[in-house]
Ligand binder design. Sequence first.
Ligand code: SAH
Length: 253
Amino acid sequence: MTTNTAKSADDFAGQYIRTLVDRWDELIDWDRREEGEQGFFVEILAGAGASRVLDAAAGTGYHSVMLAQHGFDVTAVDGSAEMIERSRLNAARHGQSFPTVQTDWRQLRDNIQGRYDAIVCLGSSFPHLFEESDRRAVLAEFHAALNPGGVLIVDHRNFDSIRRHRYESSGNYYYCGTGASVSVAHIDDQLCRFQYEFTDGSTHHLEVYPILSAELSALLRESGFESVEEFGDFRRDFDENSADFVIHVARKT
Ligand code: SAH
């Protein structure tokens, strides 16, 4: 595959094909992921008095299930039909059920009802938006879909560090499974291609836009969010070189 082909936000659906969706939970390890998070999301959402929570990038449903277990009124959204189906199966397996909506974020408000107290977009999903116009459009959708006082939590891998060719995952956060290894097959300032290798010898690639932390914080502010805070691997004080993930917590006044 060439690296200079124009990438678009439309590509995500083709990237989460069934063979990768089937393997996604091997990548995660739900128990270790929960351990790594140490209640971070529940604490922030409860602190904000949130009740209705939209999980915008539900994937296989890890956060939707976990938040439902903590009593939040969750709606799970994803653009991929395969992921939505998997999140339903995982919810049933954990004795939970919640509404699911298959929609592209860019048409979010056409497909959901009412507003939410919180929106989470996690697991480095937002970097699937390659164009700044799409990133702005989606943040505008998220902003409009929040109640006043609502909170948006959006994260991404630490591309500041990856762009300095310093990718090294601790394996303690987000993707904690031992049945897969992740490496960076290509990186420049417009494209990051991750390579996932599974124990059965299969290989998959995911291509995303390597957004910088300051870039997203600025976009959040320009999209009307206030008190934008950054956390590294769920800590306020973090080492910008070694954190695996950066988490932005933004509020709508
Ligand atoms: N939050 C989950 C899944 C991360 S994978 C986790 O942390 O495990 C990224 C998810 O974002 C995929 O399920 C993909 O379908 C979804 N996605 C990417 N771009 C999207 C878009 N434009 N609209 C809706 N969903 C999108």
